[in-house]
Design a protein around this ligand. Structure first.
Ligand SMILES: Cc1cc2nc3c(=O)[nH]c(=O)nc-3n(C[C@H](O)[C@H](O)[C@H](O)COP(=O)(O)OP(=O)(O)OC[C@H]3O[C@@H](n4cnc5c(N)ncnc54)[C@H](O)[C@@H]3O)c2cc1C
Length: 423
């Protein structure tokens, strides 16, 4: 088994492990387990110090909780294996990054929806949801999950699936960080390794009308289409979009993309057939707190005129630097809301505002949209207030989650990420 590798501020490798993508940190020690048993021992060590501790997989969490000052970090980067178990079944380590996962799966003729960044880690995304560019075709990433192995709060190593500890398996799929450290995931991947990707640019003289048209176009598209829109600031904003068709049939692709390229605000773009690994953008840059962004987020059913007006207003106010509109819907909404701890199964869009620092102007710009939210996706919200936990989980889901948390983590060891154990 060997000892768990420990890196402290005195060690030469400290600079490589102290920070995350969105924050700098100065932890007292970073523990780097190499397998599940070592992860259990790392958790025991972390708990033996009366200090904060953090769990880290890819270090891309936007709420910056995967590092700290003066505490312990359990960093799972070495648990990064990607294995084929047979057929479409694959096993992923939490420390693998989605770009590397896409590459490996492509060799097997498979693709698994994740998100727009290939640098994001498997562990953080797959314990929360996974709104991705194959999402309307495949569902959320958690919808393809079939089993996990995790280290529970008391150090036990547990396998959870529909047949083994189904309560735990339910909780992992949406609130995983509350109930354990997942050391291995099993998924059923999809079989569309080649896709069509359109990159489109729009100039928005009239952002309200554009956004409402965008919403209708996405909802009317066949479910092979997933679309992410990024809208810039100002009263006459610009927008860029990535639209992916999950398949490589040229005629069907052209028919599916035509309503997007026909939008009169279009000023440029290209569409091409690409291997799916070309979709999640990957830089591989070491972490230095390089992207200290803050985010507020809302799930919504439709991008109607009123909501489009609120988005346009937030951008015109100057308080938000970007608004991202990601499609959910399609296969995501085929799933019963009670089937996973992520219970939002009628919404068609995730709307997220981004700013480079927290502040009153950003909060004020967001407030009208916050009032319209119909649930939130935890991974796009920087706040961890009780009202955000309430927004993330409908009352019956939250009650069930708290009961599961009491069974598996009665001392609230895993309190770092949207703690449902508080109160
Ligand atoms: C540039 C960028 C683009 C993104 N795009 C998308 C997108 O398109 N779709 C989408 O769904 N999300 C997206 N995200 C959000 C992303 O899914 C979350 O931030 C996710 O938490 C990152 O995972 P990580 O392993 O890199 O994070 P980390 O920072 O390593 O972890 C974040 C937290 O997750 C929990 N956690 C991590 N690993 C485990 C584990 N093994 N077991 C239990 N809990 C764990 C811990 O509480 C940890 O503190 C994006 C984020 C960024 C920064």
């Amino acid at each position: 088994m060997g000892d768990v590798e420990v890196v402290t501020p005195r060690d030469p490798g400290y600079g490589r492990v102290r920070h995350v993508y969105s924050a700098t940190g100065r932890p007292a020690r970073v523990l780097l387990p190499r397998d599940t048993e070592q992860t259990a021992r790392a958790l025991e060590t972390a708990r033996s110090f009366d200090e904060p501790f953090a769990i880290r997989s890819g270090g891309h969490g936007i709420s910056s909780i995967a590092t700290n000052d003066g505490g312990t970090v359990v960093d799972l980067r070495h648990l990064d294996r990607v294995e084929r178990l047979g057929g479409t079944r694959v096993a992923l380590g939490p420390g693998a990054r989605w770009g590397a996962v896409a590459q490996e799966l492509y060799g097997w003729g498979l693709a698994l929806t994740s998100g727009d960044s290939g640098d994001v880690g498997v562990g953080g995304l797959a314990t929360t949801g996974g709104i991705g560019l194959l999402g309307r075709a495949q569902g959320l990433t958690i919808d393809r999950m079939r089993a996990v192995e995790l280290v529970a709060a008391d150090g036990r190593v547990v396998r959870a699936s529909e047949d083994e500890h189904p309560d735990l398996f339910w909780a992992v799929r949406g609130a995983g960080a509350n109930v354990g450290i997942v050391t291995r995931f099993e998924f059923d991947a999809g079989q569309t390794p080649d896709v069509a990707r359109a990159s489109l640019a729009f100039k928005l003289g009239d952002p309200v009308s554009f956004l409402a048209h965008w919403g209708r176009t996405v909802e009317a598209a066949p479910r092979e289409v997933s679309a992410f829109l990024y809208v810039g600031p100002g009263s006459r904003p610009f927008a860029q979009a990535t639209v992916v068709f999950a398949g490589d049939d040229v005629d069907r692709t052209q028919r599916a993309l035509a309503p997007f390229t026909a939008l009169p605000w279009l000023v440029g773009g290209r569409a091409e057939l690409v291997p799916y690994p070309a979709v999640p953008l990957t830089s591989g840059a070491p972490h230095s707190g390089q992207q200290a962004a803050v985010m507020h987020t809302a799930l919504v059913e439709h991008l109607d005129e009123e909501l489009a007006g609120l988005i346009a207003g937030a951008l015109a106010s100057g308080g938000a630097q970007m608004i991202q509109v990601r499609s959910t819907g399609g296969a995501v909404n085929d799933v019963d809301p009670d089937a996973t701890a992520y219970a939002h199964r009628h919404q068609n869009f995730s709307v997220t505002a981004v700013a480079d620092r927290p502040g009153a102007a950003f909060d004020a710009a967001w407030e009208p949209l916050r009032a319209r939210r119909d649930g939130i996706y935890l991974s796009f919200e920087s706040n961890h207030r009780p009202e955000d936990v309430d927004a993330a989980f409908p009352p019956a889901t939250l009650a069930r989650l708290r009961a599961t948390k009491r069974d598996w983590d009665p001392d609230d060891v895993f309190s770092q990420n949207f703690d449902v154990g508080r109160r």
